[in-house]
Design a protein around this ligand. Sequence first.
Ligand code: NIG
Ligand code: FE
Length: 409
Amino acid sequence: MTRGAVVAAGMATAVGSLPARGDTCAATATPAPAGVAWEDGVIAYAGLADGLPWEPTTGSPDKGCLVPGFVDAHVHLPFFGWRADEFEARVQGASYRELHGEEGGIFRSSRLLREASDDAVMAFCRPLLDEMLRHGTTSVELKTGYGLSVEDELRAARLARRLAAEAGQTARVTLLACHAVPAGMTRADWVQAACDELIPEAAKQGLADQVDVYVEDIAFTLDDLTAVAEVATRWGLPLRVHADQLGPSGAAEAAVGLGARSADHLNNCSPNGVAALGAAPATVAMLLPASTFSLGANRPPVEALREAGAAIAIATDFNPGTSPTCSMPLAIAMAATLYGLAPLEALTAATANPAWVLGLTDRGMLKPGMRADVLLLEEAGFAQVPYRPGHNPVVTTFVGGEAASPAGR
Ligand code: NIG
Ligand code: FE
């Protein structure tokens, strides 16, 4: 039996039933010396340091804060290569929509991925997962979506599974079955291929844990979403939806109607969408402020969502087009500064709620029985995290009770 424990000047964690919303959405802070103890990777105790069942192996009661590991539940890895020149063009006035052509945007990332060997893709992605680990991400989603053919999507899912097996953190794979209409195909033909071949094949081979659709005027429609949802449900795969990012489409309310685990982005979510998410028993509003920042986009109706009672999560949306950041502390800072989330509300949104979205019910909170995914942060209060955007506040990332030692810078 392996035992460990860490102590710090404070602790903060979400509590209560999930997904947390309304009164329970702010994490509870313990502004006094606190500790977490674990046995064989599972938390045995979390609370005041005085009550620790055995001596701490690390940390100090005078400094730092303990929080659950971050769960980044919207991530577009695997991809290969960057698109800084598109960013440069956007800064000078080009729009994301304009750059979304055969040579740019998602299509370009698709070509780059296709032209790279499996080993090259792995070598590109591994250090990025390490970077995420250093920034406290102990569970992560890996989305496909740059395949744009049945074969290449299956390959992306296989590469995601391979990355998951090697990564220092837990990874769940989402098949982003409808991301862009492949060149030379009609939208209807691709949706049919996704429904008849891609999703069933990915499910049979055990390559995907969830299915996602990008609903947008440059991508897929509500009818396409409904068709994909039906097939995903048949194969037992929970649904995720890219909803109302560039314009309003009604995707948020459709996501709720279809029982999706989350509606993501929501920059242009309508009042109906807000009401639907507020009343949704099981669809989380996944906010992606780093892509809002990078695109200079309008913010989602965050106050209205909160007031309606929506459950809120935050993720990086890490991808080479709209969000080249993979740091959850930075996404949390942007959620606070751009979206007005209180620091402790942002903590729940970055831990317990996204764990629920990914179906990882054994983590996201510091309490007995949960996996010992714990972060030792450098300052005592969690507000320090959003207060210092761009700084990495993580001193130690514990994954299942082991201090992670990710390679790299
Ligand atoms: O979540 N919105 C669609 N997909 C990504 C961007 C993909 C890309 O530009 O490569 C997003 O923002
Ligand atoms: Fe996305």
